[in-house]
Design a protein around this ligand. Structure first.
Ligand SMILES: *Cc1c(COP(=O)(O)O)cnc(C)c1O
Length: 403
């Protein structure tokens, strides 16, 4: 007797029973009672913003990544803007970055009136290709902004060599890579400046928030002034020195991170090691399971890195599945797996097309990879059942579409 198909086996998108009853998001923060208490303690203190928690968080964060200085910002985007300013980017300059990122990485170059120049990515990691950077350096190039896509550190050593040779500043956008390691060093201790985001889907959450780490004191000073209207000392320093005088020495912004957020960040930092371990466990479970599923390719990992696993982007192999990315995506969503896509290549957004004349076809590796990518749920609070549900759903959907 042949097996009678059960409703369980029918795809949810075709009216079958979904693998999960409720949607599993692709990323999510974890907030414990001690995180809540840390925030409450600040609310009961004398300072809501620019108090003692700011310096405490910055010092603890710098020590954690192994950098000499850390300057906090009100978001990762503000931190990128600060880094682009501190790098000295100005109208007429160019900065080279990857199209495979969130638009903020390239936008920060535009905030400074400079021009973002894209360079295509490596086919395995989807990180910017140092050889492509080299091809695009001109007499106007001032900075390079590699992005640690999905949490896999960029090849910063050859990029730093190029920077040395051409006098460039390297700003690593490590919004995905807090806790990642490159050649046995933690991300945040390697590039001239490294930028982090504390958005709730990232490794450490403060609501909105960001940080720039650097070993260079003059960069740290420029970052601190830039985030505080270009003023050379903060209100707390003045109050403790009994002074009213201050000087605005450059045109800055109010990009300060509050004491409330910094207290939350300090509390979250104590759990970062455990959270990274859990993300690495989940990645290992996924990678093992997908080896047995035709048409699904796991992210590659180079031998000299330990990724931080912000995302787990699988690739859909068009040779082995009778489906497009959108079909697999919609089928997984119907199974209540909150898949996402990272990223629409930046140069293909309407703003970049209209400002710079991109038409598609300029960055073939990023563009072709984008067509195949689906980000699966990946966050440290996922239970083993959540992980199993994702694997079951991927197996069900890939099995359905198998060629
Ligand atoms: C999240 C993110 C940012 C921006 O961070 P916000 O804190 O949301 O402003 C920048 N670059 C990348 C690659 C990101 O993932």
């Amino acid at each position: 007797m042949g097996a009678i198909p059960t409703t369980r086996e029918a795809l949810a998108i075709h009216g079958g029973v979904p693998v999960r009853e409720t949607l599993l998001p692709y990323g999510k923060q974890s907030i414990d009672d001690d995180d809540v208490q840390a925030v409450v303690d600040v609310l009961r203190s004398d300072w809501m913003t620019t108090g003692p928690k700011v310096a405490e968080f910055e010092e603890a964060f710098a020590a954690w990544v192994g950098a000499k200085h850390a300057a906090s910002f009100s978001s990762g985007t503000a931190a990128l803007h600060g880094a682009a300013f501190a790098a000295g980017l100005k109208p007429g300059d160019e900065a080279i970055t990857t199209p495979m990122t969130f638009a903020a990485t390239a936008n920060c170059v535009l905030y400074q009136g400079a021009r973002p120049v894209f360079a295509d990515v490596c086919i395995d990691t989807l990180n910017i290709d140092p050889a492509e950077i080299a091809r695009r350096i001109t007499s106007k190039t001032r900075a390079v902004l590699p992005v640690d896509y999905a949490g896999h550190p960029s090849e910063v050593s050859p990029i730093l060599e190029l920077a040395d040779k051409h006098g460039l500043v390297v700003i690593e956008d490590a919004s995905h890579a807090l806790g990642g390691e490159y050649q046995r060093r933690r991300v945040g201790s390697i590039a001239h400046m490294t930028v982090f985001s504390f958005h709730p889907v990232k490794h450490l959450a403060t609501g909105e928030g960001g940080m720039v780490t650097t070993d260079q004191p003059q960069l740290a000073e420029a970052l601190r002034r830039f985030r505080n209207h270009g003023i050379s000392s903060d209100a707390r320093q003045r109050q403790s020195a009994g002074q009213w005088h201050y000087e605005m020495v450059l045109l800055g912004f109010n990009y300060r991170l509050t004491d409330i957020a910094c207290a939350l960040g300090l509390s979250q930092l104590t759990k970062l090691e455990a959270n990274l371990e859990r993300r690495r466990e989940i990645a290992a479970l996924y990678t093992e399971a997908f080896q047995k599923i035709t048409g699904i390719t796991s992210p590659s990992v180079r031998p000299d890195v330990n990724p931080a696993w912000h995302l787990y982007p699988i690739r859909i192999d068009p040779l082995h599945l009778r489906a497009k990315r959108v079909d697999v995506f919609s089928a997984l969503r119907a199974e209540n797996i909150g898949v996402n896509v990272h990223y629409i290549p930046v140069h293909l957004h309407p703003y970049y097309r209209s400002q710079f004349g991109y038409k598609g076809g300029e960055y073939p590796i990023a563009e072709a990879s984008y067509e195949q990518l689906i980000s699966l749920p990946m966050f440290h609070g996922m239970s083993n059942q959540d992980v199993e549900d994702v694997i079951t759903a991927v197996d069900k959907v890939a099995g359905h579409f198998a060629a």
